[in-house]
Design a protein around this ligand. Structure first.
Ligand SMILES: [Zn+2]
Length: 61
C-alpha cells in the first residue's frame, strides 16, 4: 500500500456487500466520511458527528 502523506481522519469500515474491510476518509468539509468498496466500488458515506460515537469501526452496506 502507498504511504499516506496526509494524516486525515478515517474510519475503518466493514463493507457487507463484499465482506471486506477498508478505510473511508473525512471529506474536505469535515462533515462526513466518504469511501468506496475496494471490490465492487459501492460508495459509502458516514456523517461525522460531534461528540458522537467513539467507535472508529463501522459496518457498512
Ligand atoms: Zn462491495
Amino acid at each position: 500500500m502507498p504511504h499516506e502523506k496526509q494524516k486525515r481522519p478515517y474510519l475503518g469500515v466493514l463493507f457487507k456487500c463484499c465482506h471486506v474491510y477498508s478505510r473511508i476518509y473525512l471529506n474536505a468539509a469535515g462533515t462526513a466520511f466518504f469511501g468506496f468498496c475496494p471490490k465492487c466500488g459501492a460508495r459509502i458515506e458516514v456523517k461525522a458527528r460531534k461528540g458522537g460515537s467513539k467507535s472508529r469501526f463501522w459496518t457498512a452496506g
